[in-house]
Design a protein around this ligand. Structure first.
Ligand SMILES: *[C@@H]1O[C@H](CO)[C@@H](O)[C@H](O)[C@H]1NC(C)=O
Ligand SMILES: *[C@@H]1O[C@H](CO)[C@@H](O)[C@H](O)[C@H]1NC(C)=O
Ligand SMILES: *[C@@H]1O[C@H](CO)[C@@H](O)[C@H](O)[C@H]1NC(C)=O
Ligand SMILES: *[C@@H]1O[C@H](CO)[C@@H](O)[C@H](O)[C@H]1NC(C)=O
Ligand SMILES: *[C@@H]1O[C@H](CO)[C@@H](O)[C@H](O)[C@H]1NC(C)=O
Ligand SMILES: *[C@@H]1O[C@H](CO)[C@@H](O)[C@H](O)[C@H]1NC(C)=O
Length: 502
């Protein structure tokens, strides 16, 4: 039932942007953080936990089950996902006794003081070490049975994080499928998740989707920035509009599951982030982009809505990652995903904002007021007329020939007017309602030279490459990926699945 506890409606956050974590009453979508430990000056476990606490982190994922970390996390209230690493996976997949040992040593020994709620079995196993893939679902099954034996199966969920690479062509989302060579394993995997009420773990990196996309997608799309309607990304099969690549990636996972006839398995994003520094051939790995991405990602997750095809299922997400990991191999960007220095200060400290989203209150981060998608046209029109008339909003910019005339749509003009009214009148009690057609958002709707009232950024002169193509993009995930070396295996499925039904 863990995922149901992750998904409820109410949430409250205290944000220190961009390192902002949720002080949540254990409900709603959450933002967690990955803790990679491949760094030279890794602070002590106790100091790491102090850093987590000082930033109000509520959920963490460890890549293993480090005993110092698990001890230090005791009695903190922080929920912990532990990891079976790829080297351990084979033994656990082969021998149930190895799974029982693992669970006893790494989970049972720490509960309930350390609140372990999930086991991530391997990391991107299907795409990085395909030869071990046939053992993945066996390993998950063995671990689950060990949890059943210790009566922890409702408290601790078992799943396995996948790279986007398992989805051959993620765009457009509606036609996404898992790599057909993995059908058998994916089928068993999803059957396991369904039977055990677990969730789908996805590592979703718009950074790679963008940088490997050869300019097909505008960077604003990867960074959650608003796109002019003419450049928006619409899935032509479903007519669903994708305002960010992140949403499209999550939806690609839902549609891929649907293609195998599975529904109702929630996606939790186990990794997402943006590197703040890269080599000379990695021009998009900048502090500015990292800050924008992480900030917007958090806003996106905490708005509690799902992706377009599953609007009711929020997308809880673990940001990648706590510290820069200088010991990781690979290009410079691989070592620079951290949000914090090891002394606990923020990596991008320019923009310290405190937000209390529950009350729609922001002290420095502006909330914009925009027309809701799909709002009734006549109600929108009435709202627009009211705002520009009795509401005294300044509507010059949306007149023909002015910067906010384009896109020439009711939705867009109403957004401009609603927001202008709201920014001016808010302090004297003006609300963002307009007959239920308006809503607030932390995302700045400014585009091109059309600057919304209250916007701090100057967008003037920014050119967005028009989106002409809508072709395949295969983001690669971090770390080693060995594509096309997959060999399909048949597992005596029914016997195994029957064993799990308990
Ligand atoms: C552990 O996390 C679960 C899931 O959010 C929560 O229901 C439970 O109360 C937590 N347990 C402790 C001891 O904090
Ligand atoms: C794999 O499953 C997809 C549906 O997701 C189906 O279209 C395809 O034919 C299957 N491929 C194989 C090799 O079974
Ligand atoms: C999914 O279900 C439909 C309808 O029951 C069936 O025609 C199709 O073959 C199934 N697809 C898979 C991949 O099992
Ligand atoms: C939440 O974010 C999604 C995706 O950006 C957006 O479509 C939706 O309108 C937002 N909802 C609210 C209530 O802000
Ligand atoms: C923390 O570490 C960073 C990077 O080493 C340094 O720039 C910063 O001054 C340090 N801050 C404090 C308060 O020690
Ligand atoms: C808004 O947030 C600020 C900073 O957290 C806080 O001091 C203030 O009381 C809040 N205002 C309301 C109306 O909640």
């Amino acid at each position: 039932m863990i995922w149901e506890q992750m998904l409820p409606m109410k949430w409250r956050i205290l944000i220190f942007l961009p390192l902002l974590f949720i002080s949540s009453d254990a409900s709603g979508a959450f933002v967690g953080i990955n803790i990679g430990m491949e760094l030279t000056d890794l602070p002590s476990a106790k100091d790491v936990v102090e850093i987590l606490k000082s930033h109000h982190v509520t959920h963490v994922r460890l890549y293993d089950a480090d005993r110092h970390m698990l001890n230090a996390l005791a009695n903190t209230g922080i929920e912990v996902m532990v990891g079976v690493n790829n080297e351990e996976l084979l033994g656990i997949g082969k021998y149930p006794a190895a799974a029982a040992d693992w669970v006893n040593k790494n989970v049972v020994a720490y509960l309930p003081e350390t609140n372990i709620t999930a086991i991530a079995v391997g990391s991107e196993v299907l795409t990085t070490i395909p030869r071990v893939a046939p053992y993945l679902v066996w390993a998950m099954g063995h671990l689950h049975r060990a949890l059943v034996a210790t009566n922890l199966n409702f408290q601790v969920k078992v799943s396995s994080p996948h790279a986007m690479d398992i989805i051959e062509r993620p765009f457009p989302p509606s036609t996404a499928t898992f790599n057909p060579k993995m059908n058998t394993t994916m089928y068993l995997f999803l059957q396991f998740l369904k039977n055990t009420k677990s969730f789908f773990m996805l590592n979703a990196y718009p950074y790679y989707g963008y940088t490997t996309g050869n300019g097909i997608f505008p960077i604003d799309y990867a960074l959650f920035k608003p796109l002019a309607p003419s450049k928006q990304i619409v899935d032509s099969n479903t007519a669903l509009r994708y305002s960010s690549m992140f949403d499209a990636m999550v939806d690609a996972a839902y549609y891929s599951m649907e293609a195998l006839n599975f529904s109702g398995i929630p996606v939790v994003v186990t990794e997402s982030g943006w590197p703040s520094l890269g080599g000379s051939n990695e021009p998009d790995a900048t502090t500015e982009n990292a800050e924008i991405y992480v900030t917007n990602l958090i806003h996106r997750v905490l708005n509690n809505s799902g992706p377009p095809s599953q609007p009711q299922i929020p997308i809880s997400t673990y940001i990648y990652e706590l510290f820069n990991e200088d010991k990781r191999p690979g290009p410079l960007s691989e070592k620079n995903w951290g949000l914090f220095h090891t002394n606990g200060t923020a990596m991008y400290s320019q923009n310290l904002i405190t937000l209390d989203m529950e009350e729609g209150n922001s002290s420095d981060g502006v909330l914009f007021c925009v027309a809701k998608q799909g709002a009734d046209e006549s109600a929108l029109e009435a709202g627009l007329n009211w705002a520009c008339g009795p509401g005294k909003a300044s509507c010059g910019a949306i007149q023909e020939g002015q910067p906010c005339y384009q896109p020439n749509s009711l939705q867009s003009h109403a957004s401009y007017a609603f927001n202008d009214y709201y920014q001016r009148m808010r302090s004297s009690g003006g609300t963002c309602d307009f007959g239920g057609t308006a809503m607030t958002t932390p995302m700045d709707p400014s585009h091109g030279s059309c600057i919304f009232t209250g916007s701090s950024s100057s967008h003037s002169g920014r050119v967005i490459t028009p989106l002409t193509a809508y072709g395949p993009v295969s983001p690669t995930s971090r770390g080693l990926t060995l594509q096309n070396s997959w060999i399909a295996f048949y597992i005596p499925a029914m016997v195994f699945l029957l064993q799990l039904q308990q």
